[in-house]
Design a protein around this ligand. Structure first.
Ligand SMILES: [Zn+2]
Length: 447
């Protein structure tokens, strides 16, 4: 059986997300008949919502709870819930039950007393998929729930839940799993499976799981087939992490407009007999993620060129050629930008870009700006010649806390540059060149 199912947290202490665990623990402090009748579990896929829903169901129905009130995980009731066969715990996937009829049926069924336990529990997964009619029916039920009925709703898309429903629920947010939570989950399984794995390897898994318990556990499962001790190297080899690294390296080179390195990346790919198309698609997926996080003209341009290369792949006798062409054209275009970003002392790591969208925090410094002031002026020209001209006789004075101070040496220069429109224009150019969003201030200096 798959690890993710086998090692689903069965009792409260096993819920790996610390914040969620603490929220559920709070439920233990009250008598059950004073607890809310409806819960809304919100979070991305693979973060443990269904698991937690079942633990809450056990909390209500367990026959032999611990002194703390936590469910035992082993009694008849707990086992039936874990196996998804408890008569009074209904699991409904709204993605396949959107009709209002089902909710009507549900309402009728809810009215009946529980068969075995004291409580009747409805777990509705992907609840945002319910039709408006179904939501109304659900809302009516939530407004006056029978005393024995508990609703545990789960969703990946809380925007789509009407406020009338969510306001009646105790909300339990599931963010992306934090590293310690992922480690908590992995260590539980490592212990149970008696795996030998070093810390560095665990760290690598966590790093690549992107906040998903499911992904982390899947990786661990793949590694569990290894007989020898699992090291970072084994992780790299087994988990196609090497491919991720290769892709990210390539994109970093491209963003930095390192043409030679980017072309070498492609050649290495081809030499290993890898599929260029798959690689290109992987790159585009990655770029799309960043595009959603925040856009720059640079990013748009790169995506456009790579899509074009993808289109040309089919008719090209040499599969890597369209990609190589795209690389050369992209690197040659906007060379000024390339030179600015390409300064080796401060070239941003891809990771850094990834985290905050596409911005490169901390890239802009006074030295950098002074060094590339000419590029700034050149970039300003197409916007407004006279502003560019004024900037030529001004100079950057300071970069601090997201504010770029420019020193002008004549009052009318200061006036011109201080106009909101002009400062916005300069900020736009700085964002384009350095990837950093800043405010611009202009002071009058002495020559
Ligand atoms: Zn139990």
């Amino acid at each position: 059986m798959a690890f993710y199912r086998t090692y689903r947290p069965k009792v409260l202490e096993e819920i790996d997300n610390a914040q969620v665990r603490e929220t559920v623990e709070l439920l233990l402090t009250k008598p059950k008949d004073q607890l809310p009748h409806a819960y809304l579990l919100i979070g991305p896929k693979g973060t443990g919502k269904t698991t937690t829903a079942r633990v809450i169901a056990k909390l209500f129905n367990c026959e032999k709870p611990a002194k703390t009130g936590a469910p035992c995980g082993t009694c008849e009731q707990c086992s039936a819930i874990a196996g998804g066969v408890h008569l009074d715990v209904m699991e409904i996937d709204a993605a396949s039950n959107t009709g209002v009829d089902n909710i009507r049926e549900l309402r009728d069924a809810i009215a009946l007393a529980p068969a075995r336990g004291k409580w009747k529990i409805y777990i509705i997964d992907e609840v945002h998929m319910l039709s408006p009619g179904a939501f109304n029916a659900l809302l009516k039920t939530l407004e006056e729930p029978p005393l024995h009925a508990i609703f545990i709703l789960a969703t990946t898309d809380p925007q789509k839940i009407p406020a009338t429903v969510s306001s009646r629920c105790q909300i339990i947010p599931f963010g992306k799993a934090e590293s310690p939570d992922l480690i908590h989950a992995l260590e539980r399984i490592i212990k149970a499976e008696k795996m030998t794995i070093d810390e560095e390897a665990v760290r690598l898994i966590v790093q690549n799981a992107d906040g998903s318990f499911r992904d982390a556990v899947k990786m661990l499962e793949q590694l569990s087939f290894q007989k020898k001790k699992i090291t970072a190297e084994v992780v790299y080899k087994t988990l196609a992490i090497a491919e991720t690294k290769r892709r990210d390296d390539f994109l970093t080179h491209l963003f930095n407009r390192q043409m030679k390195e980017s072309l070498a990346d492609i050649q290495a790919l081809v030499a290993e007999g890898r599929d260029v198309k798959t690689f290109l698609v992987d790159c585009l997926w990655q770029l799309q993620k960043r595009f959603v996080a925040g856009q720059t003209a640079d990013l748009r341009e790169l995506i456009r060129r790579l899509i074009q290369a993808y289109g040309e792949l089919r008719s090209s006798p040499i599969p890597e050629l369209p990609l190589e062409l795209a690389v050369v054209e992209y690197c040659e275009q906007n060379k000024t930008i390339g030179q600015v970003i390409n300064s080796p002392s401060n070239s941003p790591s891809l990771e850094k870009r990834g985290q905050g969208g596409v911005t490169m925090e901390g890239l802009l410094s006074l030295d950098k700006l002074t060094e590339h002031w000419r590029d700034v002026i050149d970039e300003l020209k197409p916007f407004n010649h006279s502003v560019a001209a004024v900037c030529r006789s001004a100079r950057p004075k300071g970069v601090k806390d997201g504010i770029v101070t420019i020193e002008a040496f004549y009052p009318f220069h200061q006036e011109k540059l201080s106009e909101v429109k002009t400062r916005d224009m300069i900020a736009t150019v700085l964002k384009k060149l350095f990837g950093e969003k800043v405010k611009v201030e202009v002071v009058l200096g002495k020559k």
